[in-house]
Design a protein around this ligand. Structure first.
Ligand code: SF4
Ligand code: SF4
Length: 362
């Protein structure tokens, strides 16, 4: 019996070695946008601030872009690993067609390695390690139509790393009257960002913490490019909301939260919604407790004091998930978790006083 088990294990090992050694069929891949070719056969990917230099055969930090014979390819084009129908509140987007359904998808891969990642089983996996589906842009859009989704979200992992697939789905979605949403860490270079924005209708951007030290310790990225992404999205007129995951003893210092809110106010104004989201121990950061509700309430109070008009607490049921009119103070959206209980907005205006509410509404 023991001999049989050993032989089976050896056969399985041999099979996986054969599969790993099989040449990749480049016909099935999509050439990447945004890279430079070098005479020695290496390439430099210019999609995100990591700017990976990739000799022949090497894959970037995001795990999904590989130099094959001097050409950079996306390894995940048409290969989603997760496709779901979500309430749009889950993205979170609170001022973009509240109560609507959104088809959400991801491939594997991410250009950051946050040690608190809530989706690490897919964001930190290589292509082939997680079962993927074959789905063209047209098939994704058909699915969205079939399930009567108002929008499609590129989400869960970091959609920037499946840029070509995202853009092709977004183009097809627009041709079919479906909106598109980018849920992102904002770690992208300026040129690809500016070329992407025309195909998007909304975004939710993470501002994970307001210090370079936090980004280098917890995410492997840097803060500056994220701030630049927020500035460009504002400049280009893209509608977006910001999410800040509050992690105990990492980015919950009141001064850091205050500095972040002041920067947001001075850079994009007071209308863009800000979500403080509750951390739960995940991935490599399991030695911290979930964020205490009082810490989230402290962050909420700071943001309101700074003057931000729409501030929310997420991942926990509190009164701070409702929307109040900044003019008359009445509750205009009553939420419970991801569901809308009541809404008092008509044609984008408060039903009680007529004040225009920032965002897009039916
Ligand atoms: S997208 Fe990927 S390959 Fe390109 S620079 Fe970023 S991490 Fe590197
Ligand atoms: S950017 Fe998002 S998906 Fe990527 S590792 Fe960080 S938390 Fe996870």
């Amino acid at each position: 019996m023991k001999k049989f088990v050993i032989i089976t294990m050896l056969l399985l090992l041999l099979l996986s070695l054969i599969l790993l050694a099989s040449p990749i069929d480049v016909e099935l891949l999509k050439e990447a946008q945004f890279y430079e070719k070098h005479d020695d056969g290496s390439v430099r990917c210019t999609l995100c601030p990591n700017r990976c230099w990739l000799p022949e055969g090497v894959t970037g930090l995001c795990r999904v872009r590989q130099n094959i014979n001097g050409t950079l390819y996306s390894l995940v084009y048409n290969k989603p690993v997760s496709v779901n129908i979500d309430p749009i509140e889950k993205k979170p987007l609170y001022h973009f067609y509240p109560g609507s359904k959104i088809l959400s998808l991801a491939t594997v891969g991410c250009n950051l390695r946050c040690n608190f990642c809530q989706n690490w089983t897919i964001s930190q996996s290589n292509p082939g390690e997680v079962r993927s589906y074959d789905a063209t842009s047209e098939e994704i859009v058909e699915l969205a139509k079939e399930y009567k989704c108002k929008s499609i979200a590129f989400t869960y992992t970091e959609p920037t790393v499946f840029y070509e697939y995202m853009v092709d789905i977004a183009k097809c979605a627009h041709e079919n009257g479906i909106k598109t949403v980018w849920v992102t860490c904002g770690y992208i270079n300026e040129e690809p960002l500016r070329q992407l924005i025309p195909y998007l209708d909304a975004a939710n951007m993470d501002l994970k913490g307001y210090s370079e030290d936090f980004y280098s310790t917890y995410t492997t990225g840097t803060l500056e490019p994220v701030l630049r992404t927020i500035e460009i999205c504002k400049e280009e007129g893209l509608y977006f909301e910001i999410t800040n995951l509050v992690i105990p003893d990492a980015n919950d210092d009141p001064e850091m939260i205050s500095d972040m809110c002041v920067w947001l106010k001075e850079t994009i104004g007071t209308e863009y919604p800000l979500h403080f989201s509750r951390f739960s121990p995940q991935f490599k950061l399991t030695n911290r407790p979930p964020t205490p509700v009082k810490t989230l309430e402290m962050a909420y109070d700071i943001a309101k004091e700074v003057g931000l008009k729409y501030v929310y607490i997420g991942n926990v049921v509190t009164a701070s998930e409702d929307t109040f009119c900044p003019n008359c103070g009445k509750k205009i959206i009553d939420r419970y978790g991801y569901s809308i209980q009541e809404m008092h907005i008509t044609d984008g205006k408060c039903d009680y006083c007529g004040h225009e509410i920032f965002g897009e509404f039916e």
